[in-house]
Design a binder for this molecule. Structure first.
Ligand code: APR
Length: 317
């Protein structure tokens, strides 16, 4: 069933026994490792997920865990036979539990704790820009679009880097960009450092195919009451202003702060969509903003933020 699909997640639960019955007996997972508080389940491609004893409760409002599959019809049909119910939405419109997401198809079920579990099947190619590839097609598409894959592979004028204030590179997307751009990037960026959280600096693209890299420093998540949302919003605005300054047609953003800095992905996605939309409403440049989703999970979260935002004229959603 779903056991051979790659996934990563930890689901907190106050009722381990009930949840494990669902994951083991209904969804068919086998226990990989068990500690007094946590049960680990093996999934596909060496991935695993865990259910962990906690006093917290699931909200069910966001996708908590997502599986990638190559045959969503068969999976949904098989799980339905086992009595699993799938969510039916107006947006995205689901038909018999399956929604067409443009870049692929998706279905959502709820476990007994109310965790929203996604099953996604993406189109064969690794990279999708709302079904468009290449600069001309990107320009002809919606002004905000999602691309799945590494940001350094995108065909855009400018990419944004989720940097730290030294602008000297790091892990995550920062590491990927610096590795691909070569040492000249850190040299040039170092002259513009330090860059405080919420601000941005622009450099050349060096060995990247993009003309420029905009380096912005996101907030570290510390609970949400330390001004994180304002700092994150400022990252998007500052970066877009620099992109406009170099007359960029297309700009791609990673999901700033949602990796090492720990900002919850769904909250960050709604800040990103809101700020980008506000900018695009008031400015002609950039023409198109691509939200770069390194993983399928990020793409799903961004997609939902776009449909929740309710501006199909900008997002095509
Ligand atoms: N392309 C697009 N997105 C990527 C890529 C890539 N090649 N690699 C990682 N990501 C995604 C992550 O999956 C995450 O969703 O970028 C998002 C941001 O994660 P991080 O790169 O960890 O950035 P952030 O959370 O802002 O942390 C910044 O990390 O690398 C260091 O120097 C950086 O200290 C700074 C901190």
């Amino acid at each position: 069933m779903l056991t051979d699909r790659p996934v990563y997640a930890t689901l907190p639960t106050s009722d381990v026994a009930r949840l494990r019955r669902f994951y083991e007996d209904v969804l068919g997972f086998s226990v990989q490792q068990e500690t007094p508080t946590t049960i680990y389940y093996a999934a596909g491609d060496g991935t695993f997920f865990a259910i962990s004893r906690s006093s917290g409760t699931a909200t069910g409002a966001h996708t908590q865990m997502a599986f990638r599959t190559t045959n969503i019809e068969a999976d949904v049909a098989g799980l339905r036979e086992r009595g699993v119910a799938f969510e039916e939405y107006e947006l995205p419109k689901t038909v018999e539990g399956i929604a067409d997401m443009g870049a692929g198809r998706a279905a959502w079920l709820k476990d007994p704790d109310g965790n929203l579990i996604g099953i996604f099947q993406f189109k064969a190619a690794g990279l999708h820009v709302a079904d468009r590839e290449g600069r001309d097609e990107i320009a002809a598409g919606p002004r905000i679009a999602i691309a799945i894959g590494s940001i350094i592979d995108l065909d855009v004028d400018v990419i944004v880097n989720a940097a730290n204030s030294s602008l000297q590179g790091g892990g995550g997307v920062d590491g990927a960009i610096h590795r691909a751009a070569g040492p000249g990037l850190a040299e040039e960026a170092g002259r513009l450092a330090p860059c405080p959280p919420g601000e941005a600096r622009i450099t050349g693209g060096h060995r990247l195919k993009m003309r420029n890299v905009i380096h912005t420093v996101g907030p570290m998540w510390s609970g949400g009451d330390q001004g994180e949302a304002d700092i994150l919003a400022s990252c998007y605005r500052s970066s877009l202003a620099l992109a406009e300054g170099v007359d960029a047609t297309s700009v791609a953003f990673p999901a700033i702060s949602t990796g090492i800095y720990g900002y919850p992905a769904a909250k960050a996605a709604s800040v990103a969509v809101r700020e980008i939309a506000a900018w695009l409403d008031a400015h002609e440049r950039p023409q198109t903003v691509i939200l770069s989703a390194f993983s399928a999970d990020t793409a799903i979260v961004l997609r939902r933020a776009m449909s929740d935002f309710g501006r199909p004229d900008l997002t095509g959603e």
